[in-house]
Design a protein around this ligand. Structure first.
Ligand SMILES: [Zn+2]
Length: 204
């Protein structure tokens, strides 16, 4: 993990979202802990803040995020942004899954500012998710925003719910993909994408 990316910016909680601290405190007590002992006194507030940050994607506005960063171009070669780091929470266990997303598209007169793609990934990662849906949502959002000739999204992730619970450790890494338009219909386009991100996918 690159050290420069480990900074977690805490957003102020939305005024209308009530604090989860009382519920977290109750959970600590039910787990057999003493919520009043030194180390845990401020834990409910910290967990409240952390959960709100990790689910802040629900409150992000795609239009605001893009902020006019859609550009008209004559460029029609494949645009690829690979190794976009993400951190999400699985909706089945509320445990992290994390990894990398590779995004590619073939423009049809319009492109998205390159710096916006990682922010789009964050918008969908900072929700309760499953990897398959997040991959699809990214591809369909790009499709809707710039109507490209095709979009490909590959997501490689490791899941703490498998790694930490001692089940299926050998399958804790999963790869999902979503291929739309030319990426679905044209093998050469798909192969070019896979070669650019240096990945081999079974069945693609
Ligand atoms: Zn899970």
């Amino acid at each position: 993990m690159k050290s420069g990316k480990a900074v977690v910016k805490m957003m102020p909680p939305k005024a209308e979202v009530p604090s989860l601290a009382p519920e977290i405190r109750a959970i600590l007590a039910k787990l057999g802990e003493d919520p009043d002992r030194d180390g845990l006194q401020r834990t409910p507030e910290r967990v409240d803040q952390a959960l709100k940050f990790l689910t802040s994607g629900y409150h992000s506005d795609i239009q605001k995020l893009l902020n006019g960063a859609l550009y008209e171009v004559k460029y029609d070669e494949m645009v690829v942004v690979k190794d976009i780091e993400f951190f999400s929470l699985c909706e089945h266990h509320l445990l992290p899954f994390f990894g990398k997303v590779h995004v590619a598209y073939l423009p049809n007169k319009r492109v998205i500012g390159l710096s916006k793609l990682p922010r789009l990934v964050d918008l969908y990662a900072r929700r309760l998710q499953i990897q398959e849906r997040m991959t699809q949502e990214l591809a369909h959002t790009i499709q809707e925003m710039i109507d490209p000739v095709g979009v490909g999204v590959i997501c490689e992730a490791r899941h703490f719910c498998m790694m930490m619970r001692g089940v299926e450790k050998q399958h804790s890494g999963a790869t999902t993909s979503a291929m739309l338009g030319a990426f679905r219909d044209r093998k050469e386009t798909r192969d070019e994408f896979l070669a650019l991100v240096n990945r081999k996918l079974n069945g693609l």
